[in-house]
Design a protein around this ligand. Structure first.
Ligand code: ACO
Length: 402
């Protein structure tokens, strides 16, 4: 019989906190988050100010190096990133190996990991800070090329090479949407919305993918290997995959006749595993401060582009139902950032399968900052314990006697 006393004698006492709802895994000076009050700050700066006044590369610098850059520092940082956006030509051969139906998140994680092959010095745990910094720059630069190419590959269009005369977000939009046969105009409203979205996603303390990056990195795995693991964690529908699921859910509701109440009831039904995608958050129990900012940005983009999207009406009805229905109110299930980000992505022409890739591009500086902090603080390898509930001890029985 199972003897808990004997087990404790063997293993000692451990704390069980499934899903780490109340367990701090590290000390960190990067992102402050107060879920009850709905506060999010990067390095002390409120997310609202950064989304309004900064741009993605400046926020990336802030997260990774700890303070806002001077103009010279920012120019240098942006210049270095711009000059590393090309990927090795052999990377194109890897693209060719993927079937066109491959999900771009799978391509992204594979290709980020493949960078270890092109930059083997990144594998050295004792690499110099300069080498680490070079890999940081490479990763931020190349993720936009890999992301845009994964889309072009999926639709069978020719790949666009990065353009050094464009800023980070404009260059990404160019690589995504330009055709050799057409003149491509970059819309500043779209560039501004993309900057905001990437800023809002740039870090979120010890979430699932960031904890993954830190845990993998704690084994002295390379930056590329650690971030590649983070991409896979983000791919999960309960984490970064939610914005794709939001859009698919809105489309399903539309195809089902647009009866939002039916779907709200489905989400409340405890015999049905369906959940309203884009609602609820593990940490924000009153509201998601990013959702407020992004809701406004979504309104601005739709207005500026003159888009009248029927899915938006369904989204608004769902939002209304969730804000008034006692089930959602009692459980504090508010729309989260994913609920609105999908609407913007759709408005600017990003295909649904690419939503989570955009999330990964935004989250990259956070992953890098957390990986770097973990290394600089010389944190020990992460190694959680367990409460063992299996057989305590039994003798092996030969197969003929079973
Ligand atoms: N729809 C319907 N009911 C829900 C939802 C939802 N979206 N979210 C939570 N609930 C219910 C649960 O069934 C549970 O009900 P009960 O108390 O009657 O059992 C209660 O609310 C609490 O839910 P938990 O799963 O315990 O909450 P937790 O904090 O662990 O989960 C999570 C948070 C995973 C985000 C959850 O709300 C969810 O699945 N949401 C939908 C997916 C989503 O939007 N994910 C994006 C997360 S944000 C991000 O990654 C940026």
């Amino acid at each position: 019989a199972f003897d808990i006393g004997k087990l404790r004698d063997q293993t000692g006492y451990v704390t069980l906190d499934s899903g780490y709802k109340n367990t701090g895994a590290t000390k960190s000076a990067i992102t402050f988050l107060d879920g009850e009050e709905g506060i999010l700050r990067y390095r002390g700066y409120p997310i609202e100010q950064l989304a309004e006044r900064s741009n993605f590369l400046e926020v990336a610098y802030l997260l990774i190096y700890g303070s806002l850059p001077t103009q010279t520092e920012l120019d240098n940082f942006a210049h270095q990133i711009t000059t590393h956006t090309l990927v090795h030509e052999d990377v194109r051969k890897i693209f060719d190996g993927f079937p066109s139906a491959a999900h771009p998140m799978g391509i992204l994680s594979s290709l980020i990991c493949s960078l270890t092959a092109f930059y083997p010095k990144s594998l050295d745990p004792n690499q110099s800070p300069e080498e680490t910094n070079l890999n940081i720059i490479r990763l931020i630069a190349k993720i936009s090329t890999i992301a845009a190419w994964s889309y072009k590959n999926s639709v069978g269009h020719p790949l666009n090479y990065p353009r050094n005369d464009l800023d980070y977000c404009s260059n990404f939009l160019y690589m995504m949407f330009a055709f050799p046969t057409e003149k491509y105009e970059i819309n500043p409203v779209v560039v501004s919305a993309l900057n905001k979205l990437l800023i809002l996603h740039a870090d979120h303390e010890q979430n699932c993918s960031t904890s993954t990056v830190r845990l993998v990195g704690s084994a002295n795995a390379s930056l590329y290997g650690s971030v590649s693991a983070g991409v896979n964690a983000l791919w999960g529908p309960l984490h970064g995959g939610a914005n794709q699921e939001v859009m698919e859910m809105l489309e399903a509701i539309q195809q089902d006749g647009g009866n939002t109440q039916k779907w709200v009831d489905k989400a409340k039904d405890k015999n049905d595993s369906f959940r309203l995608m884009g609602f609820g958050h593990r940490v924000y129990k009153n509201f998601d401060p990013r959702a407020k900012i992004i809701k406004k940005a979504a309104d601005d983009v739709l207005k500026a582009l003159g888009i009248d999207d029927p899915l938006l009406k369904i989204a608004q009805e769902l939002e209304q139902a969730a804000l008034t229905d006692p089930y959602f109110v009692e459980r504090k299930l508010y729309p989260n950032v994913d609920f609105y980000s999908g609407i913007i992505y759709r408005a600017i022409g990003i295909p649904t399968e690419m939503f989570t890739v955009l999330f990964a591009m935004g989250r990259l500086p956070g992953w890098i900052a957390q990986w770097k902090e973990m290394r600089e603080n010389k944190e020990p390898i992460g190694r959680p314990r367990q409460i063992y509930t299996g057989e305590l001890e039994r003798d092996y029985v030969g197969i003929e006697q079973r």
